[in-house]
Design a protein around this ligand. Structure first.
Ligand SMILES: Nc1ncnc2c1ncn2[C@@H]1O[C@H](COP(=O)(O)OP(=O)(O)O)[C@@H](O)[C@H]1O
Ligand SMILES: [Mg+2]
Length: 393
């Protein structure tokens, strides 16, 4: 028996969750054959024990079939990549939250908040402990969509108790300020606000915190990625080309921020007529599939335009909860299941790690400010003089 025989046999062992085998992936190394004795190393990217055990078992079975009697398989996981920053490890300022999901979009009005609300409720209905953080500090719509716009959160010391509706814990800038009030945000204030949402809100031990981001790719996204390891990124887009261009930027951002991409939600994809229940094409349908391919991800749901979604959003009665038999509720439930499976896969492969995107300056201090503590709590007036005229936003 030769090295070639061994490699050929191990092509029958696929890497869990993928269609490719461990030889094609290049994971099999140092094959040594001596009579009926074989030794080799499987050098895998995952450090999960189940993955290691499964690969060892399957490889052993294949090698026994070839006639080997002594089989030595060494499964190694490479060290985490060397970080390119001055911090000692990945960072998590909200360690009681198990998984963070960033819901982003290239532009506003595509259904990011609608998606965040319905995915959060769907996961709660599937038995998970779920929180929903409205990090869209420019347009905080979550309180209205969740029907809690008239409630004020309870303050405990310098921490804030989240609100609760439909089995989901909720916090939003909209619940902390007066209705209709606008805030003008400087970069450093955005960073501080995002950090406070994660650190100073009394979230329970959550399985998942869904985070509705402001549209685009900016300080809020970067701060979030640097503050906690984001397990999954979802981008919401409508099917038109102009929206797709922007969603590419979102997907590119996930890659740059080392956020595993769970997929695309194609919203306003077709129209379900309330009187005859037939689905018709309005903005185009299925246009996101090639974009998903480009970024090596999937379209995890196509949500049609359905008047009930808009009504549910405006009245604080989300479709997933109030109309569970509707087509859209079913699609949100399916997307939630896919998201949970994706989260499990990321965790089985070692989990999200944000050590590669740590800032080179202390948190809350933008790269161009000079003094520590330059950032201040969200305020109506800019308080950081260091920022003025330095070219940062
Ligand atoms: N699939 C849909 N069918 C009908 N109305 C929708 C749908 N998705 C979103 N809407 C409505 O469109 C508006 C914008 O959605 P929203 O979730 O607020 O977008 P974003 O958070 O991206 O700005 C809201 O009034 C919402 O109720
Ligand atoms: Mg929104």
């Amino acid at each position: 028996m030769t090295q070639e025989n061994v490699l050929e046999a191990l092509k029958n062992v696929t890497y869990p969750g993928f269609t490719k085998d461990i030889v094609t992936f290049g994971f099999v190394k140092d094959v040594l054959v001596n009579g009926t004795t074989v030794g080799l190393t499987i050098d895998i990217t995952s450090s999960a024990d189940e993955v290691k055990a499964q690969l060892r078992d399957e490889a052993t079975t294949e090698l026994k079939k070839l006639g080997f009697e002594q089989i030595q398989i060494n499964v190694t996981a490479p060290q985490a990549p060397k970080q390119m920053s001055n911090s000692v490890s990945g960072k998590n300022i909200a360690p009681h939250v198990k998984n963070f999901v960033m819901v982003s979009s290239g532009k506003g009005g595509v259904g990011k908040s609608t998606t965040s609300v319905n995915l959060a409720i769907a996961m709660a209905m599937q038995g998970k402990k779920v929180g929903l953080l409205d990090a869209d500090i420019y347009g905080p719509n979550i309180p209205r969509m969740m029907g809690v716009q008239d409630q004020k959160p309870e303050i405990q010391g310098n921490k804030v108790q989240p609100l609760k509706a439909y089995g989901v814990e909720i916090m939003s800038m909209g619940s902390l300020m007066e209705p209709g009030q606008s805030l003008i945000w400087r970069g450093s204030m955005i960073m501080k606000a995002i950090e406070q949402f994660l650190r100073d809100i009394l979230w329970s031990e959550l399985d998942v915190l869904v985070i509705d981001m402001p549209p685009g790719t900016g300080d809020a996204q970067l701060t979030l990625a640097q503050s906690v390891p984001v397990t999954a990124g979802i981008t919401v887009t409508t099917p038109q080309e102009v929206s797709l261009d922007d969603s590419r930027r979102s997907l590119d951002m996930f890659q740059k921020l080392h956020i595993p991409t769970a997929g695309i939600i194609e919203n306003m994809s077709g129209f379900i007529c309330p009187s005859c229940d037939t689905e018709s094409d309005i903005f185009g349908m299925g246009t996101t599939i090639p974009v998903a391919k480009e970024y090596d991800t999937d379209v995890i749901a196509r949500i049609p335009i359905e008047p009930a979604i808009r009504v549910g959003g405006d009245t604080g009665m989300p479709v997933t909860y109030h109309m569970p038999d509707s087509e859209t509720a079913k699609r949100f439930q399916e997307a939630a299941s896919k998201l949970l499976t994706f989260i499990d896969k990321v965790n089985a492969e070692g989990g999200a790690d944000n050590s590669a995107v740590q800032p080179t300056t202390p948190p809350g201090v933008s790269a161009c400010s000079t003094g520590a503590g330059a950032a201040s709590a969200p305020a109506k007036e800019p308080t950081n003089k260091n920022h003025e005229g330095c070219g940062c936003n």
